[in-house]
Design a protein around this ligand. Structure first.
Ligand SMILES: Cc1cc2nc3c(=O)[nH]c(=O)nc-3n(C[C@H](O)[C@H](O)[C@H](O)COP(=O)(O)O)c2cc1C
Length: 404
């Protein structure tokens, strides 16, 4: 028997020769992707992605809050055609969610932000590049033009912030997202226990940890050194950029900075990181186009409420003056459906796509988006709604239960 014949036979039995295809082919849920990524990553990287602040109460609460809600199905409705499209901040998205900004993404997989942005573009959902990205905003826009959003931290050096904004505008990013829940960085206990730092520093235990993950190490060594690429021109060495970036977090940012930004940025402006109805109303009055209810995935103030718990009261307070987005704890299509039914216009996901990226690069990130999208579609059909508009309109009758 010839080699080609054997190959054809094996193919008949569904064997995939490509290792990534094979692994992804066995994954059905985001939880499966998470398990694969967790095996691929050294302990320090795993802790950085998975971890929350302090006792990780908010991290757990985010998911538990979703689990407290139940869905009340409507039956005998024609759900043969279901439309998952919706407008998010003026953009027609194929699915009712976008990808949240995450810093240091090339550490999760050497292909980093461009891989995720390509997966997002192919799936028809927006991607948000972080100020703390490991690919510069210019490089990303050049490599993956499309519906791009930029997440901004107002830096201590306001001149530099202004310069950054000019670059964002010039590179064609459509939406600006100001993160407001990082006056200081939350205490990530796992990172300290694991000896994990940015940039990673070598100690006997981190070297041993990395040695157990040679594929991850090799792929990283082959690429450019990892750095905060948006700030790279302000320092010559990667280590220098890190110290510089750490010094740029500013605890004195106020509503005045938001007003300045509103004057300065003519496109859609969104604030991310509020969980209070009062703040959301004030942001609406300040002229923002959207508010992302978020506790940063449980990574900042531990014991911060889960955004999904406060969503109904925030919606009631702001009416439809601003678009409301929610993130933190979304792992399933049913979580997305619950958020929309409770009054969100759309949602963002963070860790789910990082799990996909860690499991299989661009294909893994695309798999995470596809899984969530298919789950949304199936949940809508089983729930008895055929459009996002209908889901939002009938929402209060479709959900039972109240947060925690
Ligand atoms: C590894 C990691 C890095 C993050 N980096 C940023 C960041 O640079 N800027 C930001 O606004 N939010 C950042 N976030 C928060 C996410 O944008 C988002 O709010 C959070 O991940 C949502 O929760 P989820 O992971 O449960 O979906 C990060 C989250 C993770 C997990």
């Amino acid at each position: 028997m010839r080699y080609e014949d054997i190959r054809a036979l094996v193919r008949l039995r569904g064997f995939r020769w490509d290792r990534v295809e094979r692994t992804l082919g066995r994954c059905v849920t985001v939880a499966d992707l998470r398990a694969v990524a967790a095996r691929n990553w050294p302990r320090g990287v795993r802790g950085y992605v998975e971890g929350g602040a302090d006792d990780e109460l908010s991290l757990r609460r985010n998911q538990e809050a979703f689990e407290r809600y139940g869905l009340v199905t409507r039956t005998l409705r024609d759900v043969a055609q279901v439309d998952t499209r919706t407008r998010i901040l003026g953009h027609e998205a194929a699915l009712p969610f976008g990808l949240a900004p995450t810093g240091y993404t090339r550490m999760m997989h050497a292909d980093g932000e461009p891989a995720v942005a390509r997966a997002a573009r192919q799936s028809g959902v927006p991607y948000t590049l972080s100020t703390m990205a490991t690919t510069s905003l210019e490089d990303l826009a050049r490599q993956v033009p499309g519906e791009l959003w930029f997440q901004l931290y107002v830096l201590r050096d306001r001149g530099l912030t202004k310069e950054l904004l000019e670059r964002v505008e010039h590179s064609g990013y459509r939406v600006l997202m100001l993160t407001v829940d990082t006056a200081v960085t939350g205490l990530r206990v796992r990172d300290t226990h694991n000896g994990f730092t940015i940039p990673p520093q070598l100690s006997p235990s981190t070297v041993l940890d990395m040695a157990r993950h040679p594929a991850w190490c090799l792929s990283l060594l082959r690429g450019e050194p990892i750095t905060f690429a948006n700030l790279a021109q302000h320092s010559r060495t990667p280590e220098g950029v890190m110290a510089f970036a750490a010094g740029q977090f500013d605890a004195s940012v106020t509503w005045e900075d938001l007003a300045w930004l509103r004057e300065r940025w003519s496109g859609p402006l969104v604030v991310k990181g509020m969980v209070s109805a009062r703040d959301a109303v004030r942001a609406a009055e300040a002229g923002v186009d959207g508010v992302v209810l978020s506790n940063h995935g449980g990574r900042q103030l531990d014991r911060a409420v889960a955004p999904i718990e406060v969503l109904p009261e925030v919606r009631q307070a702001v009416g439809d003056r601003v678009e409301l987005l929610v993130d933190s704890g979304i792992r399933r299509g049913t979580d997305i459906v619950i958020a929309l039914a409770l009054g969100a216009d759309s949602v963002l996901v963070g860790r789910p796509y990082l799990y996909g990226l860690g499991a299989g690069g661009e294909r893994g990130a695309a798999a995470a988006i596809r899984m969530l999208g298919e789950e949304v579609r199936r949940a809508m059909q089983l729930l008895g709604v055929s459009s996002i508009g209908q889901l939002r309109e009938e929402g209060p009758a479709l959900v039972r239960g109240s947060g925690l």
